[in-house]
Design a protein around this ligand. Structure first.
Ligand SMILES: NC(=O)c1ccc[n+]([C@@H]2O[C@H](COP(=O)([O-])OP(=O)(O)OC[C@H]3O[C@@H](n4cnc5c(N)ncnc54)[C@H](O)[C@@H]3O)[C@@H](O)[C@H]2O)c1
Length: 367
């Protein structure tokens, strides 16, 4: 896999915040398979089991909080990364209602610390900050949100990520201004926005597929909230491919990508929660669902679509797997894990890269 993304990640020093989490662990897997030297900085895994421990990767790992700027800077300066992928966050909407302070502190002050540590670390030349599709002021309309649409956020999580976007934009203007690139500083910074992501190895609370998988493994039914809500259902490898493509071109010095970029599934491929349950049931027939009235009074966004024309036009990036394929692979991952106690993450990655290569993806021309 070393030749993916123009071979840019081979022997590249990559610092990942949030490597003990769902997306961070998949990113660490992909990077190490491409021959990158990876170092992670996160809290200890919050679930048992967890994907990063199951993967057992050859990488450096610091278990500490991004709220401690000194500890974070020390870890970054010791490792001397070329690029930083910032994923560490409190990422759960419903949890953010009961823990707003922790959510804002982690997502805003934590991001501030990552920016400060990275801009003062002499080796860093690129920062990819992961936010979310929920940063947009949700108008519940049928069109996809574009990167220049108004930021907002109803719940504390979405709002904290919109705050992080504003903070990152200020850093891009104030300290990492493109006009000063190459003279006053050497860092290009992008923010990347993706939607509900699925895949094996996620045991977080209040996420649809992990909740269904955990309940099914325990032989129990699962309560389904908001069955009519539609979401983009994207395999985690899809958005990670986008993030890695952004990282590649930033490392190559492409200033036009030092901006915000959406990564979502094809717009016509949105499925309702109800559709997802039906599909999951065909793959793992032991699943049982309850649809109680009023499981929650907490506001959660209904319709949410992303317009990904910018990623398509500027990065030649497009999603590869339909939602149904992503859901199938995800459910099969958990079935295998609970049945045979083995994981298929490497196989899933290989399948994805092979499909990208055969589908003519620009980043997978050679691998
Ligand atoms: N999973 C999704 O569907 C999704 C969708 C959109 C955006 N995102 C974003 O992607 C990123 C990763 O999400 P995820 O699903 O992997 O979440 P996750 O909960 O699985 O992982 C979060 C990671 O952040 C780390 N972390 C949390 N607080 C920290 C702190 N104070 N100091 C250091 N590390 C800390 C955790 O240790 C963990 O490694 C987040 O920024 C999230 O907002 C996720």
């Amino acid at each position: 896999m070393n030749k993916l993304f123009n071979g840019i990640y081979e022997n590249r020093r990559v610092f990942i915040t949030g490597h003990t989490g769902f997306k961070g662990s998949w990113l660490a897997l992909w990077l190490t398979k491409m021959g990158a030297k990876a170092a992670g900085y996160s809290l200890a895994p919050s679930t048992n089991p967890n994907h990063i421990s199951l993967l057992n990767l050859d990488m450096e790992s610091t278990l500490d909080t991004i709220l401690d700027l000194e500890s974070l800077s020390t870890a970054m300066n010791r490792f001397n990364p070329d690029i930083v992928f910032h994923l560490a966050a409190q990422p759960l909407v419903r949890y953010s209602y009961s823990h707003p302070y922790e959510t804002y502190e982690t997502n805003v002050m934590g991001t501030l610390n990552v920016c400060e540590a990275a801009r003062k670390c002499k080796s860093v030349t690129a920062i990819v900050a992961i936010t979310t599709d929920k940063v947009y002021e949700n108008k519940e309309w049928e069109w996809g949100y574009r990167e220049n649409d108004r930021l907002g956020g109803y719940d504390p999580y979405s709002s904290s990520k919109a705050c992080a976007e504003i903070l990152l934009s200020s850093y891009r203007n104030s300290f990492l201004n493109l006009n000063d690139y190459g003279s006053m500083h050497n860092i290009l910074l992008s923010t990347v926005r993706a939607g509900n992501v699925i895949g094996g190895g996620d045991w977080s609370i209040d996420r649809l597929i992990p909740d269904i998988m955990k309940a099914t493994a325990a032989g129990k039914p699962v309560d389904i909230r908001n069955p009519s809500s539609t979401r983009p259902w994207q395999h985690v490898l899809e958005c990670l491919g986008g993030y890695l493509r952004v990282g590649q071109v930033l490392l190559e010095g492409r200033k036009d990508i030092a901006d915000s970029i959406n990564f979502g599934p094809v717009e016509s491929d949105n499925l309702s929660v109800d559709d997802v349950c039906e599909l999951v049931h065909t793959i793992w027939p032991q699943t049982q669902f309850d649809f109680p009235d009023n499981t929650s009074r907490l506001h959660e966004a209904g319709a949410l679509r992303l317009d990904c024309s910018k990623a398509r036009t500027l990065l030649d990036w497009k999603p590869l797997w339909k939602s149904a394929r992503a859901i199938r692979l995800t459910v099969e991952w958990y079935r295998r894990f609970y049945g045979e106690k083995s994981i298929t993450s490497e196989n899933d990655l290989y399948e994805y890269v092979k499909d990208a290569h055969e589908g003519g993806a620009v980043w997978a021309q050679q691998f």
